[in-house]
Design a protein around this ligand. Sequence first.
Ligand code: NAP
Length: 277
Amino acid sequence: MNDVTLPDGERVPALGMGTWNMGEDPAARAEEIATLRLGLDLGLRLIDTAEMYGEGLSESLIGEAIAGRRDEVFLVSKVYPHNASRRGVAAACERSLRRLGTDRIDLYLLHWRGSIPLEETVQGLQALQREGKIRHYGVSNLDLSDMRALWSIPGGTQVATNQLLYNLSRRGIEWDLLPWLRERHVPVMAYSPIEQARLLRHPGLVQFAREAGMTPAQVALAWLLARDGVIAIPKTGNRQRLRENVGALAHTLTPGQLAALDVLFPPPRGPRPLEML
Ligand code: NAP
């Protein structure tokens, strides 16, 4: 498994599992749990969730899936911006811990920037870290000016990731945010890495994949895995599609293939507002 080094030196897998919309359909539950367990068997140790996903249903499903296997998992969850006050983040974290059936979250993120000052959120996250309830903290959907603001406050430079929308069809962060984070050794966690499956119908990608002997999802994931300091967290609740996605690890795109993908999905030619889903 390729891995990515967090700022404090801890290594995490470069391919993890997203869980948005999981746990919401009782008919899908058994397959979703089996998929998460298979993912752990195949080395996808990093699981991403949020209190927002199904208002806790995703976290509860994960709690069931990882019961008895907690130590194998690097658990990522997120706090709503409106809960990210000093006291609010502590209460939200307790609720997430209870649903996840664990005593600690490995990486706890501010889901997006809201109206509560970043200073207060960071203080709340640091308090949780001192208590051992979270091991690392980070952010999501913060643009370059937000990151600069974060860098100017105590504890702001300790963030372990910025989780961002990043895939072949969403390359805007390559202009300035991604290089800024790289210079500071902050990994990017790429969410919606296959653009919620919409990318898979792109005719150019379909043809490229056929010629490369891969599936479109594998190309999209292999492209992200080829980038330094990027963790991809595709979501699937299906074991067959999980195996397909894990298959991306068996392919290293050549410089020629990466150049061909740059033609199909051009990098940005100037600054763009941060996109999010
Ligand atoms: P995604 O991973 O790009 O795509 C997920 C969709 O693609 C699901 O509908 C899934 O359906 C389907 N899929 C997965 N593998 C497939 C394959 N090989 N072939 C065909 N279809 C496939 O989108 P995402 O869920 O938005 O993003 C991934 C994770 O990032 C989320 O689950 C969440 O954990 C995180 N996220 C974070 C934010 C944020 O604001 N921080 C925002 C969005 C997402 P099946 O399940 O039926 O396979």
